[in-house]
Design a protein around this ligand. Structure first.
Ligand code: SF4
Ligand code: SF4
Length: 301
C-alpha cells in the first residue's frame, strides 16, 4: 500500500482539485482529507453512508456551583484567565479559554471542579463514487489537529488493508504546521502543488524543506504554469537545485472553475486538463512505486 500526500504549503494553489482528480483516476484508493480545520474534499466527492465518531482529546474543567464557596482560588491560579465570577457569586469556566491544565482542579479546596474528557470534533468514514473517504472536522478553536490527522491516517490504512486497496490519496492541510507535520511521517510520496507567484514559490520552498527534513520523497506540479514565466522559472531553478522532479506543468484553464461549479472532478469534466492529469497520475503512481528518499540535511530548518 502506498500513501500519497498532496501538499502545497499554501491555500488556493489547486491542491484539492488535483487530489480529487487523482481520486477519480486511481479507482483503487482510500481517499483522505487531512485538512481537519477546513475540510473541502467532500464537496466534490459527495460522500454518502457516513459513519461519524466523536473525536475526544484533552480535558475541560467545569465548576459545580452547588459545591463552590466562592473563594476565588481557581480564578487567581488559572494562567489563561479562563475562570470568572458569575453574578450569583460562584465561579465558572469559560470553555473557549480553558487549556485543560488541571491546576484549578488540583487547588480547589472544596473539590468543586470536574475535569471531563473534551469532544473536539469528529472523524468520519463515508462512501464516494471513487471509493471510501476518511475525513473529519475539528471544532473551531480546538487543539490536537495533529492527533486527529494521525487518527485519520490510521483509519485510512486499516481501511485500505481490509479492502485490499493499493493507494491512500490524502489532501493535506495548507501551511507547514502540526496537521502537515503529522501527515508526513511514514508516507510514501508528497506531491507538492504550487503556482507561479511569489507566495507560491515561497511556500513551496518551506513545505519542500519540511519533506526533506522527514526524508519524504517529493515531486512538484506547477499549476497555472503559463501565468508567470519569471516565477515559473524560479520554481524550476529551486527544483533543479534541490534535485526534486517536476512531474507536470498544468496551464491555467477556466475548466477548473467550471468543473467545480458542476461538482465534478476534472477527469469527469473532460478536456485538455483531464488528459494532462491522467498522464500526471501515471507519473505519480510510478514514483510512489519506487520512491527515492532524500539524503539527510546538514542544515537545520
Ligand atoms: S477554587 Fe473551588 S471553591 Fe474556590 S471559587 Fe474556585 S471552584 Fe469555587
Ligand atoms: S484547567 Fe487550567 S486552563 Fe482550565 S480553567 Fe482550570 S486552571 Fe484554567
Amino acid at each position: 500500500m502506498r500513501e500519497i500526500v498532496i501538499l502545497s504549503g499554501k491555500g488556493g494553489a489547486g491542491k484539492t482539485s488535483v487530489t480529487a482528480a487523482f481520486a477519480a483516476l486511481a479507482q483503487n484508493a482510500v481517499l483522505c482529507d487531512l485538512d481537519v480545520d477546513a475540510p473541502d474534499l467532500h464537496i466534490l466527492l459527495e460522500p454518502a453512508g457516513t459513519i461519524r465518531e466523536a473525536f475526544v482529546a484533552g480535558h475541560l474543567a467545569s465548576v459545580r456551583p452547588e459545591a463552590c464557596d466562592g473563594c476565588g482560588e481557581c480564578a487567581r491560579r488559572c494562567r489563561y484567565g479562563a475562570v470568572a465570577q458569575t453574578p450569583e457569586g460562584h465561579y465558572a469556566v469559560n470553555t473557549g479559554h480553558c487549556e485543560g491544565c488541571k491546576v484549578c482542579v488540583a487547588l480547589c479546596p472544596r473539590q468543586a471542579i470536574d475535569f471531563t474528557p473534551r469532544t473536539c470534533g469528529f472523524s468520519a468514514v463515508s462512501d464516494t463514487r471513487f471509493g471510501p473517504l476518511v475525513h473529519a472536522r475539528l471544532d473551531p478553536g480546538a487543539e490536537n489537529s495533529g492527533r486527529l490527522v494521525a487518527l485519520l491516517r490510521s483509519k485510512a490504512k486499516a481501511l485500505a488493508k481490509a479492502r485490499g486497496l493499493d493507494f491512500i490519496i490524502s489532501d493535506g492541510a495548507p501551511g507547514i504546521a502540526c496537521p502537515v507535520v503529522s501527515s508526513l511521517s511514514g508516507a510514501t510520496l508528497a506531491v507538492l502543488v504550487t503556482e507561479p507567484t511569489p507566495s507560491g514559490t515561497h511556500d513551496l520552498t518551506r513545505v519542500a524543506k519540511l519533506c526533506d527534513h522527514f526524508r519524504l520523497p517529493s515531486a512538484v506540479i506547477i499549476n497555472k504554469a503559463d501565468l508567470n514565466a519569471h516565477e515559473a522559472a524560479r520554481i524550476e531553478d529551486f527544483c533543479a537545485d534541490t534535485g526534486r522532479p517536476i512531474i507536470g506543468r498544468l496551464p491555467y484553464s477556466p475548466d477548473v472553475v467550471r468543473a467545480m461549479t458542476a461538482r465534478r472532478t476534472l477527469p469527469e469534466y473532460g478536456g485538455p486538463l483531464a488528459e494532462a492529469l491522467a498522464e500526471l497520475w501515471q507519473s505519480v503512481a510510478a514514483l510512489a512505486a519506487a520512491p527515492v528518499r532524500p539524503q539527510p540535511q546538514r542544515q537545520p530548518l
